[in-house]
Design a protein around this ligand. Structure first.
Ligand code: NDP
Length: 246
């Protein structure tokens, strides 16, 4: 059941996070939106409310533990609890390793890896105490298959895969009903390519997206499907992408 669930979404200011927030709110969820661009979050929350949904938002940099803790507090203060956290914030400034864009390597580790750790750390005490909850994270097909230019991005998304699987195992072994789901999107038309600074990598990736990219609404649908399962059922992994992308 999605109706009345309290769902925190990181990276909610555009793309997959925005689409998922709108879909879940339209199905009766109370959504709590986090990202750095507060103006975008306000626009999205206003839109949800104008359509009769429930949404609050707060500026969130997932690299800061205190801000992850604060958004959990906002959810509890406004809606009384947290049922689901969708750890979706991420960025992908791909480049060949020889370009030595070390600032971007570290930025990807900080957001795509540490952001997930911080998000889980913020919500896990409540989920453990209650022995229930749902952690959903956005990995990538890049976490399943290596490709030139994607060494660091793919590495961060591989981390998400491994981390989520162990979270699933340990939660079950410790006698909780905490559910996990990891999403592996392929080419989805969002703002993701905006962070590229390496032109050759961007041109190559842009070609794939121009040819194959599909709407972020497709990812929103599978996130909703995972949440909508009975509480005793977990859908662990989804690979979702364009039907015509090799
Ligand atoms: P977008 O660029 O549209 O969305 C990325 C989101 O992450 C934005 O809301 C951005 O918000 C947020 N974000 C980035 N840095 C931070 C930060 N430090 N703190 C909080 N939020 C942050 O792209 P997508 O919707 O495509 O990306 C969502 C997820 O999907 C990412 O994890 C991405 O890796 C993954 N993915 C996407 C694919 C695709 O083809 N689009 C394929 C596979 C995976 P803000 O800038 O406002 O902080």
């Amino acid at each position: 059941m999605i109706k009345d669930k309290v769902i925190i979404i990181t990276g909610a200011s555009s793309g997959i996070g925005e689409a998922t927030a709108k879909l879940l709110a339209s199905q009766g969820a109370k959504v709590v939106l986090g990202a750095r661009r507060a103006d975008n979050l306000k626009r999205i929350a206003d839109d949800i409310q104008q359509h009769g949904g429930k949404a609050v938002y707060q500026e969130l940099d997932v690299t800061r533990q205190s801000e992850n803790d604060a958004i959990v507090k906002l959810a509890k203060d406004r809606f009384g609890r947290v049922d689901v956290v969708f750890l979706n914030a991420g960025l992908m400034p791909n480049s060949p390793l020889s370009a030595l864009k070390t600032d971007e390597w570290h930025q990807m580790v900080d957001v795509n890896v540490k952001g997930v750790l911080n998000g889980v750390a913020a919500v896990l005490p409540e989920f453990l105490a209650r022995k229930s909850g749902h952690v959903i994270a956005t990995s990538s097909v890049a976490g399943l298959k290596a490709y030139p230019g994607g060494a660091v991005y793919g590495g961060t998304k591989w981390f998400v895969r491994d981390f989520m699987e162990v979270l699933r195992m340990e939660s079950a072994m410790e006698g909780t009903n905490i559910r996990t789901a990891t999403i592996y999107p392929a080419a989805i038309n969002t703002e993701l390519l905006k962070t590229f600074t390496d032109k050759a990598s961007l041109d190559q990736m842009q070609g794939i997206y121009d040819t194959h990219g599909i709407s972020p609404n497709r990812i929103a649908s599978v996130v909703a499907f995972a949440i909508d399962q009975p509480e005793d059922t977990t859908i662990n992994e989804f690979t979702v992408g364009p039907a015509n992308q090799p």
